[in-house]
Design a protein around this ligand. Sequence first.
Ligand SMILES: Nc1nc2c(ncn2[C@@H]2O[C@H](COP(=O)(O)OP(=O)(O)OP(=O)(O)O)[C@@H](O)[C@H]2O)c(=O)[nH]1
Ligand SMILES: [Mg+2]
Length: 368
Amino acid sequence: MARKIRFVMVGGFLGAGKTTTLARLARHYRGRGLSVGIVTNDQATDLVDTNTLRAQGFDVGEVAGSCFCCNFDELMATIERLGAANRPDVILAEPVGSCTDLVATVIQPLKQMFDAEFSIAPYCVILKPNHGTRVLKNEANAGFSPKAAYILKKQLEEADAILVNRVDELAPTDIDEIHQLVEKQIPGRPLLRVSAKQGTGFEALCELLDQEGDFGRRILDVDYDIYAEGEAELGWLNASIRVTSPTEFDLDELLLDVVRRLHTSLDAAGAETAHLKTIGLWEGFFGVANLVSRAQQPELSLPSRCQVKELDLIVNARVAIDPAILTEHVTAAVNAACAERGATAEFRQTQSFRPGRPVPTHRFSEAS
Ligand SMILES: Nc1nc2c(ncn2[C@@H]2O[C@H](COP(=O)(O)OP(=O)(O)OP(=O)(O)O)[C@@H](O)[C@H]2O)c(=O)[nH]1
Ligand SMILES: [Mg+2]
């Protein structure tokens, strides 16, 4: 009988560092000679994450159109497709950052219906310190609404282990404060201090993920009305754009310019950003720029270091604003950034909406 596939799902709120973590884990498993498949997930097509991971050379399948929990069959079909040529030893899965109740709707169905095929790694959930701390402190101005804060707390509650990310930019006293806050509110979970960007804490994370045991058993008591309303407060936008210019320009500067313009205009509109990300792709080169909070600065997370005359640009935005207004902001920012370089933007597809109510394919209320 074929060896079981190790199923490693890493959750966490929008912009927490899931994709960065999965890329690092994928390199780690590959380095151990294991074959790795990654499954990304979103409410719509044209994912920055899928393109970012593929551009780094990973085997990526995408569940687009609804979350893993609401399209469990597509998750299974995607894993099967990834294994068509070469059965993976490890599947790394990234759920949508506004999803929770994943133990009852993804892990337990895997355990109870596909036990012969998968072994389940501890379910780790990443905390974005800036946002997470404000939510855990119940600060009035935590960036999003109390309903969105509810989702973040539920995500942490169902975790087997919690990863406090971005320790590279935190003072030790701040890390200690977050540690104590998490320990007090969500007690009894291993708590790892990591930097997905720099790799700090990843030895301990990989050891934790290798543990054998009965993981993914913390089934939540979730109020689906609050959960659905929390998700629906976010404006969601995925756009794909073809950019062309008669003269060369710096791809990375364009990406940063788009995100900077959005940062400025959305801030002026009083809208909190959960995650704004954009990837530019041209002939095997790629660059990625992000903004993870209104209070932080845009950053070029993966530079392309290339000059181009044309590129495919994908913008994914998750912002607490009306999706039609979000579309206006994105269109204006892309057009202005392109015009400044004498380039033309042709919008090929734009999907913008508020996420619909989650209706899981399966929901197991008892752990196996
Ligand atoms: N400084 C720092 N930045 C990080 C770290 N981890 C991730 N980031 C940055 O945070 C941003 C978001 O990271 P992602 O990995 O895309 O986050 P995500 O959770 O996959 O986001 P969504 O898929 O949109 O929910 C990117 O700009 C990353 O470079 C970290 O450890 N330190
Ligand atoms: Mg991601």
